[in-house]
Design a protein around this ligand. Structure first.
Ligand code: HEC
Length: 392
């Protein structure tokens, strides 16, 4: 038998048989194997992230206990039902294609797409709320305490009786600040121009130890100055150089800067006690980068007291680094959401193929594999929902 001869006579056109395969069964097996390998990588991706989730939950249980109140369990549960329904309609659609029930397959695929869009719509509602109320990852984390309190079950009537400061920064006064934490912020950002002990670096930054400007300003005014910086054109300029807003590190929040101010005060005090002792010290090796802890609040399980009825919004202050919870929440659900969007694209493509007749019982591999992908998306959510929403 020559190499060019096929062992069986097959209609390569109608079964979409690629030249490297002898039979369509062989092609289908290869595609399935490839798909399962791909699904395994997907599962590994998500299990890695779920492990990270577990580790964070173990080391920082307080931020999960707090964050748990914020999540909307009914919406999450509705979404679970919507997605399970879509998995069912998709499985049925695959069967319908295999049985050449073209119309039924089309209806079922459209239902799957509608469910998928419904899922995304509900997710969008959840995301919008969180973003709107400042419950986001990183330095932008600034929870609206009124909203937080309602998520903790405080009624609107109770809420009206409470003092209601608008943001976390006003809930906890910035001063007195913590100089020890301030040194961390200073040594990560300000040192590059002001030197490690604040004595200033030639042609880079002013001496903060001897600065009359610093000595003559209140803590609040100094904080405001550091937030806005100073241009060389400013009449108060010392070196005719730029002091960038927040020292050029936008991740520093008011709390971090207030702490830095407290640290600068200790530098000035040190200068008074040992005049001229400090030299200009720059660092040769860069200290490790500093991601400012955005959340301000009590550490550990000191919160929320939830005395009933609660008397002040302070009781709902998030624990330290609460924004981490929202990083994990948005990462896991966002990555899953991207999978839903990709899945919807694939199903739309399958729908068009089925409509045109290019996908049928003759050639059903695309629907089989598309169906598998959609089930994966569904299964991942079935793990994510209890993990994020239900576990306390
Ligand atoms: C890119 C370099 C640079 C960084 C980083 C930087 N500064 Fe400055 N800073 C300057 C310069 C330059 C001046 C002096 C500006 C002028 O000529 O008036 C200054 C001035 C100041 C002053 C006023 C001193 C005075 O006597 O007028 C304060 C306070 C200050 N910086 C605080 C900080 C703090 C806090 C940080 C860290 C969050 C920081 N700076 C980071 C360059 C920097």
């Amino acid at each position: 038998m020559s190499l060019l001869e096929s062992p069986t006579v097959v209609d390569r056109e109608s079964t979409h048989l690629a030249h490297q395969y002898d039979t369509s069964e062989q092609q289908q097996d290869a595609s399935k194997l490839g798909m399962w390998i791909f699904l395994t990588t997907e599962i590994m991706l998500f299990s890695g992230l779920m492990c990270a989730y577990a580790v964070f939950k173990m080391t920082k249980p307080d931020i999960f206990a707090w964050g748990h109140h914020i999540l909307d369990i009914p919406l999450g549960a509705i979404n679970t039902i919507v997605l399970i329904t879509s998995s069912f309609t998709m499985a049925w659609a695959v069967r319908a294609v295999q049985l050449d029930q073209r119309r039924l397959a089309i209806v079922l695929m459209i239902s799957t797409i509608v469910c998928g869009l419904g899922f995304l719509g509900i997710k969008a509602i959840e995301y919008t709320d969180k973003i709107h109320y400042g419950l986001v990852p990183g330095a932008a984390f600034k929870p609206n305490m009124r909203y937080v309190a309602t998520r903790f079950g405080v009624s609107r009537a109770q809420l009206r009786k409470m003092v209601q400061p608008p943001t976390i920064e006003t809930v906890i006064p910035l001063f007195p600040a913590d100089a020890t934490r301030g040194k961390i912020a200073f040594d990560s950002t300000c040192y590059s121009c002001h030197g490690l002990n604040g004595a200033g670096l030639t042609n880079l930054g002013a001496n903060l130890r001897t600065s009359k400007f610093v000595a003559g300003k209140t803590d609040e005014a100094l904080l405001a100055f550091i937030k806005s910086g100073r241009l060389p054109t400013d009449p108060e300029t010392v070196l005719k150089l730029t002091m960038p807003p927040k020292g050029g590190n936008p991740s520093l929040n008011d709390r971090n800067l207030a702490d830095a101010v407290a640290y600068i005060r200790t530098l000035q005090k040190d200068e008074k006690e040992h005049p001229g002792a400090a030299e200009q010290v720059a660092v040769g090796v860069l200290p490790k980068s500093f991601i400012a802890p955005a959340a301000v609040g009590p550490e550990g399980f000191a919160q929320p007291a939830l005395r009933h009825p609660p008397t002040s919004l302070d009781e709902f202050n998030p624990p330290h680094n609460e924004q981490l919870f929202f990083s994990i929440y948005f990462l896991l659900t966002g990555l899953h959401g991207i999978h839903v969007i990709i899945g919807l694209g694939i199903i739309t493509w399958l729908l068009i193929g089925t409509w045109r007749g290019s996908i049928s019982s003759n050639y059903s591999t695309p629907v089989d594999l598309g169906g598998l992908y959609w089930h994966l998306v569904d299964i991942i959510w079935i793990f994510l929902f209890p993990l994020i929403y239900l576990l306390k």
